[in-house]
Write a protein of this length. Structure first.
Lengths: 247, 179
């Protein structure tokens, strides 16, 4: 079998190999190049909704998690302009929900917070929405706090694609969009969601939390107290954090 | 030696935790005081601002008095810094925004566990509560933000040292935290 020369894309001047079928994000992750993202997780179908992974591909903006890699792509990722745009997106995510880090059990393990640290976000910039959203504590082992939901749909996809269930969905559009639960009552307690499910652990923020495991790891010793989100290989640590402490 | 930099500080809808953390600079305050002097502040008990270089504002806005104090700070301070989670996004006090003011008052003073002589306080001396808690940048222009609950003492030192040296304040990632 003749070996073809590897196909490559260029991210910030660095040549990166890719295989057919890989997105820019897949290729970047495989090469340990960090492109900020919230709604993407390897192994789940890309969603392209958070827009944090916006990069410039041959001068045009595109989502790295959905655009297939193609030979000859010249990609800008770590530029001051993109950092500013990503920070603005992150600030909008913060003010749109109720993200009170000091009062959240997810603090230090929260990907939204870690991305904000990475982008040097110091404030929310925009007026706070302070939305009123429904809390669902009906499940005996899992709590759903919609105040912190950023509508990334990771739980929706994890439930459908990995757990073989269909517990979550996003309903409504724009500012009316919300995370809903697929049961007659609309309550989490009436679903077959279990603490073994990926959907129960994948939430990047503190919207879906396992009950009775709060503050097992003290603040100051949590994943992003010790690591930058940009460090390669953190994905498994972030997921495992729901079950064990790694430090 | 040029004139000392004048600093005012206040705690609005906060818990004074940021001030406590500021005082965690410990003996470094001695050196700091060679370069700065404190105007209005809980540290001096001076009640009103005069012309200042730097204003440190802890806490968000939960009542009319908070708004008056904040405006006094903005009018008198060349540089205004929002200190801590509450000043920046309302913080824990803003968690009451999930409820109406009436619900909050009734829970605290009428229906709450262990309440005796249930009555919502209405003394004229009490500042009127705002219907929602707000971060300070929604009312005045804020020059810099110092996040944290509280910001660590090192973060106070870093920002003040940068300003004293005439630089743009910047926080290294190790001391940038929202919790």
């Amino acid at each position: 079998m003749s070996k073809l020369p590897p196909q490559t894309i260029t991210i910030d001047g660095q040549e990166i190999p890719f295989e057919d079928g890989q997105t820019i994000m897949d290729a970047a992750l495989a090469a340990d190049v960090y492109i900020p993202h919230l709604c993407h997780r390897p192994g789940l179908s890309p969603h392209g909704s958070c827009k944090l992974c916006t990069v410039e591909v041959n001068g045009r903006s595109a989502s790295a998690c959905t655009l297939p890699a193609a030979s000859g792509q010249e990609i800008s990722n770590n530029t001051p302009a993109l950092k500013e745009e990503r920070k603005t997106i992150t600030q909008m995510l913060f003010v749109e929900g109720n993200h009170f880090c000091p009062a959240c059990e997810k603090t230090g393990d929260c990907t939204l917070q870690a991305v904000a640290y990475h982008l040097d976000m110091l404030d929310g910039h925009f007026p706070q929405f302070y939305p009123r959203r429904e809390l669902d504590a009906s499940h005996e082992s899992i709590v759903l706090d919609r105040d912190r939901c950023i509508l990334c749909a990771l739980c929706v996809r994890a439930s459908q694609e990995v757990d073989g269930k269909n517990v979550f969905a996003i309903s409504g559009r724009g500012i009316d969009a919300k995370l809903i639960v697929n049961s007659e009552s609309g309550k989490l307690g009436d679903t077959d969601l279990s603490t073994e499910d990926l959907a129960a652990h994948i939430c990047p923020v503190g919207a879906i939390l396992i009950k009775e495991h709060g503050y097992e790891v003290p603040i100051g010793l949590r994943t992003f107290d010790l690591h930058s989100i940009a460090e390669p290989g953190l994905e498994p640590v972030i997921l495992r954090k729901g079950k064990n402490r790694d430090e | 030696m040029s004139k000392k930099i004048r600093i005012a500080t206040t705690s609005l809808a906060g818990c004074f935790g940021c001030h406590m953390s500021f005082l965690d600079i410990d003996e470094r305050i001695v050196e700091l005081l060679e370069h700065v002097e404190f105007d209005r502040s809980p540290i001096t008990d001076i009640k009103h601002c005069t012309d200042c270089d730097i204003g440190l504002v802890e806490g968000g806005l939960c009542n009319a008095e908070n708004v008056h104090v904040l405006k006094e700070f903005r009018e008198n301070c060349k540089i205004l810094i929002a200190v801590g989670a509450c000043a920046i996004n309302g913080g824990v006090p803003a968690m009451r925004n999930h409820f109406t003011l009436k619900e909050c008052l009734e829970e605290a003073y009428i229906h709450g566990v262990g309440v005796e002589n249930p009555m919502i306080p209405n003394d004229v001396e009490l500042p009127l509560l705002l219907s929602k808690v707000h971060p300070i940048h929604e009312v005045v222009h804020v020059d810099y933000y110092l996040p944290g609950c509280p910001p660590p003492a090192d973060a106070f030192m870093k920002v003040l040292t940068d300003l004293l040296e005439g630089k743009e304040p910047s926080l290294p990632k190790e001391i940038l935290h929202y919790d």
